[in-house]
Ligand binder design. Structure first.
Ligand SMILES: [Zn+2]
Ligand SMILES: [Zn+2]
Length: 306
């Protein structure tokens, strides 16, 4: 029988691949939560935070995030937010799981339906934005998360981005020389004007670890994938990164730490980050006259009117 590396008594049931170790379920749960706590402390993510908005998508990562934050008893108020983006065959299932999760953890969930704005992300798939649907969708999500978090008087918003997500974005940014993304990708971004601080407490944990944690705690989450993201470049890149990591265990951790230690600070010094103003149409923060969200919204509306 394989024995748990930490307690040395129970059976090792969970494999932490990059560390070549097996842990029992209890020790794995503690290991995961300790890593979340360490990340929160290392990057001072909760400095000045008494109410933390938490983005809950209905998937495993944000389920693991919200549960870990709740179980760590951090002495702050957690305000989970769910955005229903109106994607057919997907969004209603996500909302159902997000509601179940909040109930399971005894937290009050705030649900926002994009429909109320007169369009949905599902409609994006029918417009000329189809090929860029994922990018447009993330613009919509970032916009509403920030706006709702601010309206809830939260000092920061936490998202469930894990190590795999982060390495995928970095991989592409280095590959294409996207200095702005390299400069901005940090575990914690401080507040700027009307932009609420953003934190990624799962940045040092892999997708596999988040899944294990969510499964061990039997958290409600959906495994349904977004139909608009199918075959996307981001998914193909993740597969490629997985292939590298199989040959070089620890590759993702090394990549992230080199980025944070060496390249990100250099990029931040050199990148020309636009001044932050306010959108002429909605008054939300934007580096351009009209914000990305208002541009997406008007493109979909123009399509619907034609
Ligand atoms: Zn153990
Ligand atoms: Zn706007």
């Amino acid at each position: 029988m394989r024995v748990c590396r930490h307690c040395g008594s129970r059976a090792g049931e969970v494999r932490v691949g990059y560390a070549r170790m097996w842990l029992c379920r209890d020790c794995f749960t503690r290991f995961f939560e300790r890593k979340v706590r360490r990340t929160l402390e290392k990057y001072r993510m909760l400095k000045g935070v008494s109410r933390l908005a938490v983005a809950v998508s209905g998937g495993k990562d944000s389920a693991a995030l919200l549960a870990a934050l709740a179980r760590l008893e951090l002495g702050i108020e957690l305000a989970p937010i769910h955005l229903n983006l109106g994607i057919p065959g997907y969004s209603s299932e996500c909302e159902r799981k997000a509601r179940e999760l909040a109930e399971h953890l005894g937290l009050r969930l705030q649900v926002f339906k994009l429909e109320e704005e007169g369009f949905t992300v599902g409609m994006l798939g029918e417009t000329r934005l189809r090929r860029r649907a994922c990018a447009a969708c993330s613009t919509v999500r970032r916009y509403w998360l920030n706006r709702l978090a601010r309206e809830l008087d939260a000092q920061a918003v936490a998202t469930g981005h894990n190590l795999d997500d982060t390495v995928e974005v970095l991989f592409n940014a280095y590959f294409t020389g996207d200095l702005e993304t390299i400069a901005r990708l940090k575990p914690a971004l401080p507040a700027r004007g009307k932009l609420v601080a953003r934190i990624k407490p799962l940045i040092a944990l892999t997708e596999e670890e988040a899944l294990e944690y969510a499964e061990i705690l039997e958290l409600p989450f959906t495994s349904v994938k977004c139909p608009l993201g199918k075959g996307s470049r981001s998914l193909r890149r993740k597969k490629l990164i997985e292939t590298i990591a199989e040959e070089v265990p620890g590759y993702k951790h090394t990549f992230l730490s080199a980025h944070l230690r060496v390249f990100q600070p250099m990029a931040e010094e050199h990148a020309e980050l636009g001044e932050l103003g306010e959108c002429r149409l909605c008054g939300e923060p934007s580096s351009q006259e009209v914000c990305g969200y208002c541009r997406v919204k008007s493109a979909v509306r123009a399509y619907l009117a034609s």
